[in-house]
Write a protein that binds this ligand. Structure first.
Ligand SMILES: [Zn+2]
Length: 211
């Protein structure tokens, strides 16, 4: 009986494969988050037992599980390479919605990402795959500059294009809420690689397309 069960479990393990197992292993310690949120509430002078706050630690823990779900995922695995010899011009994906969390203050920053690349050897990828890469990298404690660079590096290493350009514009609540800058101010970062770096015309053309 026990042997049957063990055999069954090992078959399930085999069927699920390494990816599913890794995802299961990334399960977050929600109880620990809940306790931490109660501690913060108490530390700021609130009463965690106040009726309307009772469910807050649980809600925050559930939300964290979602907004930090990219921590254990490998974005480069999402970037499927498709061969399509017809494409040798700029491919631009504009206005990818971006929601991330600033790792210095743990409050959101949000905005848009724009990704351009010029394929080499017909190696392209689905547009939704690029958006998925941005999403995985955004769903973890981040800084905008690193996020921008990481997207560019993954595209360069997986697609090996002639070049790529990643532009991210985002509003950081840690700046807007604290009044250091006016609300609505956005920070723009870019990462430029290959032909986009070498050729000013290509870069200018891409920026014109983004605007
Ligand atoms: Zn911040």
């Amino acid at each position: 009986m026990l042997e049957d069960l063990l055999e069954f479990l090992s078959q399930v393990r085999h069927k699920l494969g390494p990816i599913r197992l890794r995802r299961m292993a990334s399960f977050m310690d929600k109880k620990k988050i809940e306790k931490a949120v109660r501690d913060i509430l108490e530390a700021i002078g609130e009463k965690p037992k106040r009726k309307d706050l009772l469910e807050t630690p649980r809600r925050v823990a559930e939300m964290y599980e979602e907004i930090f779900s990219g921590i254990h995922l490998d974005p480069s695995k999402e970037l499927e390479v498709i061969l399509d010899q017809k494409h040798n011009e700029i491919i631009l994906l504009k206005n990818i919605p971006l929601y991330s969390v600033c790792e210095h203050h743990l409050v959101p920053f949000m905005g848009r990402a724009h990704i351009a690349y010029i394929p080499k050897g017909g190696r392209v990828t689905g547009l939704s795959k690029l958006a998925r890469v941005v999403d995985i990298l955004a769903k973890r404690p981040q800084v905008q500059e690193r996020l921008t660079t990481q997207v560019a590096e993954i595209i360069m290493s997986k697609l090996r294009p002639l070049g790529c350009m990643v532009v991210i514009e985002a509003e950081h609540l840690c700046m807007s809420m604290r009044g250091i800058r006016k609300p609505g101010t956005s920070t723009v970062t870019s990462a430029v690689r290959g032909i986009f770096k070498e050729n000013e015309k290509t870069r200018a053309e891409t920026l014109a397309l983004i605007k």
